[in-house]
Design a protein around this ligand. Structure first.
Ligand SMILES: N[C@@H](CCC(=O)N[C@@H](CS)C(=O)NCC(=O)O)C(=O)O
Length: 226
């Protein structure tokens, strides 16, 4: 397949898109990116590509096209890419290990993403603190996994790392938006380890991207609280 056969409709600010972009880069799949900013950050007059409207069931990024087939929703996309492009695997071949990884992926999606989003969409300082506490509690579980193995689900990067990529890209920004939880040493070390991966280098935010993320949510709070 040529590089034009894989297209990601996504945006850097979306942590779900980051999961897929991390996986594409880490798996060394050539792809092209069509920027589709989520509604909240869409510039005035931005024309949403018709192809995206036609094939994204919820009008959410990420959506991927491979050849003539489309799929939206980050976790199913990760599995689909793995099935289509098994090289540079991000998924254990052993069924039991695959099961553990998927359990952890689902767990992270719920228990890490929910409080993370609670921090940046928080408008009430008390709620931001509550979300930070919940995030910190989730990190205790992640810590318990990382004390057993250097990667989240086994001895090499998996989909679970793709999920955490969406958290680590915005970590500095989260702290600036009131995230008070700290990362356990093992998680801090995991984050540093991820920075050495090809996938990370593709999704890593510049200081300008962090500033834009923080600025947008500070403005959102200002409007909500006025
Ligand atoms: N469950 C989806 C969630 C995707 C999602 O919520 N995407 C947001 C952006 S981060 C979106 O496109 N929302 C529609 C919009 O804001 O226009 C996934 O895992 O991919």
């Amino acid at each position: 397949m040529s590089s034009t056969d894989v297209v990601l409709f996504g945006h850097w600010i979306c942590p779900f898109s980051v999961r897929v972009e991390f996986a594409l880069a880490q798996k060394e799949i050539a792809y092209s990116l069509v920027d589709v900013p989520p509604r909240a950050v869409r510039p005035k007059g931005f024309v949403v590509p018709e192809e995206f409207i036609a094939h994204s069931p919820k009008l959410e990024v990420p959506m991927v096209r491979v050849g003539e087939t489309y799929l939206a929703d980050s976790i199913p996309i990760l599995q689909w890419l793995e099935d289509l492009f098994p090289a540079h695997s991000l998924s254990p071949t052993d069924d039991a290990q695959h099961g553990v990884m998927m359990e952890r992926v689902t767990w992270l999606d719920k228990n890490v993403y929910r409080p993370m989003i609670g921090v940046y969409y928080g408008t009430d300082p008390e709620k931001i603190t509550e979300a930070s506490v919940a995030f910190g509690k989730a990190m205790e579980t992640v810590d318990s996994w990382l004390l057993v193995s250097p990667w989240l689900a086994g001895d090499q990067p998996t989909f679970a790392e793709a999920i955490m990529a969406g958290v680590y890209t915005r970590w500095t920004g989260l702290q600036r938006l009131g995230m008070t939880a700290t990362l356990p040493d093992s998680v801090e070390q995991h984050k540093e380890q991820m920075k050495l991966l090809t996938g990370w280098q593709t999704v890593e935010w510049s200081d300008e991207q962090t500033d834009e993320f923080v600025g947008r949510f500070l403005k959102y709070r200002e409007i909500q609280n006025s």
